[in-house]
Design a binder for this molecule. Structure first.
Ligand SMILES: [Zn+2]
Length: 451
């Protein structure tokens, strides 16, 4: 790795400058701000790494891809990342403008530094480094940059399916999210899926005087609370019939990997001001450990509100709304979960309106899947110590489009610091990790090529 590490050391300033330029191109998929300029800039970055580029129409925001062939017989690696970013949120919460990279305390601040421009750019720079150092890539590589990840990648699966034969890939590598909380080098094997929905219960035409109308007008807020109480028991069990059909239990290898993840539960809870862990998803708090909880399904109330204002008035509200999400474990199907929720609401409160929002399928690659050893070896050798295997990331990413859609093993190599503040104000990427990320990505490709 010394050859690559020296190269990265020599090119630090240039790499940081190019990352700063990338951050300065706004690319907010939720509003469309800057997306076409961002697609052009993504193409320039891929061209600078010697790739042949394509801007692929998706029906929405395009994919930007870059390809270069490696030696005959070497595997074809897809590197997945996304060039869109979250909206910046309130500007006054940022210490420096979100779309002007600023370096403080060894970190680059700016929207997209960690999620995901800094991380996929480290991968792209690894391709440049390998060619500059060795004259060729160790594998065939196609970089796929999604422009719609932050809005749920609605067109990714169908677009990749149409590219499947041309791609003819063997394995997927992606870099997103932070490394494991312990800051040990990490290989992520899966992600949970997600569905979100809104339940609206309507009463009278307008808020009513609670004295004049109490016991007469049904209260939509009470009805909503009663409905929600039929959906999850106080002991933590989710009570929606059929929501978990198809869940694939963890394999022995996955349980071993989960058990090996270091965690200091009281410290994690204390870091967010908690003393107590939540009730267990199985109803038995002693049955499921901390790490396993992050691989199981969830049902979360995100918010509860009445449309008649936040101030305390003596009224029966006219509308009550619950916003909810569920995280899906491997094997759960988005459509089956939505159908189960629909049936449950229809049964318990037929006049409630149910509106489904974003969905994302779960993805899973097993610890003994093809190329797993090569990826772990590559990441470990760059770090100089063994990488942790994380069977399922708690959060959701559109990896199912690659793992299930293309039938490929998918390996996440998160590069960012745990406190990258992705999606929040003052998003940042420790520059040490950015540069080391280039080494890690190069090491992984070398390992895959040697396989
Ligand atoms: Zn994100």
């Amino acid at each position: 790795m010394d050859v690559i590490r020296n190269y990265v050391d020599q090119h630090r300033r240039r790499h940081e400058q190019e990352l700063a330029e990338w951050i300065a191109v706004p690319s907010v998929s939720a509003t469309g701000e800057g997306m076409s300029a961002a697609a052009e800039h993504a193409e320039i970055l891929l061209l600078r790494s010697g790739l042949t580029t394509r801007v692929v129409d998706t029906g929405g925001i395009p994919l930007v891809t870059g390809h270069k062939s490696g030696p005959d017989g070497s595997p074809h690696v897809v590197i997945y990342g996304h060039y869109d970013v979250q909206p910046p949120g309130p500007l006054e919460d940022w210490q420096s403008p979100p779309f002007e990279a600023a370096i403080r305390d060894g970190r680059m601040f700016g929207r997209g530094t960690g999620d995901n421009k800094g991380q996929h750019f480290a991968q792209v720079l690894a391709l440049r480094a390998l060619q500059d150092c060795y004259g060729e890539l160790p594998c065939s590589v196609t970089v796929v940059l999604d422009g719609e990840e932050e809005i749920g990648s609605p067109n990714l699966a169908k677009t990749l399916a149409s590219m499947r034969n041309d791609l003819n890939a063997d394995v997927v590598v992606w870099s997103d999210g932070p490394v494991h909380d312990s800051y040990e080098p990490t290989v992520t094997l899966g992600v949970r899926g997600a569905v979100s929905f809104e339940i609206t219960v309507r009463g009278a035409d307008a808020a009513l005087h609670s004295g004049n109308w109490g016991n007469i007008a049904p209260n939509p807020a009470w009805q909503l609370v009663w409905l929600l109480s039929t959906m999850r028991a106080p002991d933590g069990r989710i009570l929606i019939d059929g929501y978990d059909s198809g869940v694939k239990p963890l394999t022995a290898g996955e349980r071993d990997a989960l058990a090996a993840l270091p965690v200091d539960v009281p410290a994690v809870l204390a870091s967010v001001g908690l003393q107590q862990i939540d009730v267990s998803p199985t109803g038995d708090p002693n049955e499921v450990g901390f790490n396993e909880r992050l691989a199981l399904p969830t049902f979360t109330i995100n918010s509860l509100s009445c449309s008649d204002g936040d101030d305390h008035r003596s009224v029966i509200p006219s509308v009550a709304v619950a916003r909810c999400d569920m995280r899906l474990a491997c094997g759960q199907q988005v459509d089956t979960v939505l159908e189960a929720v629909r049936k449950h609401v229809d049964k318990h409160l037929p006049h409630a309106q149910l509106q489904f929002k974003a969905t994302m399928a779960p993805s899973r690659t097993l610890p003994d899947a093809p190329f797993a050893d090569a990826v772990v070896r590559g990441v470990s050798s760059a770090a100089g110590k063994p990488a942790l295997l994380v069977p399922a990331l708690g959060g959701s990413l559109p990896i199912a489009a690659l793992s299930d859609g293309l039938g490929l093993p998918c390996y996440g190599i998160p590069l960012a610091n745990v406190d990258e503040h992705n999606h929040g104000p003052n998003e940042n990427f420790e520059l040490y990790r950015f540069h080391e990320g280039i080494v890690t990505a190069a090491s992984t490709l070398l390992s895959l090529g040697r396989r």
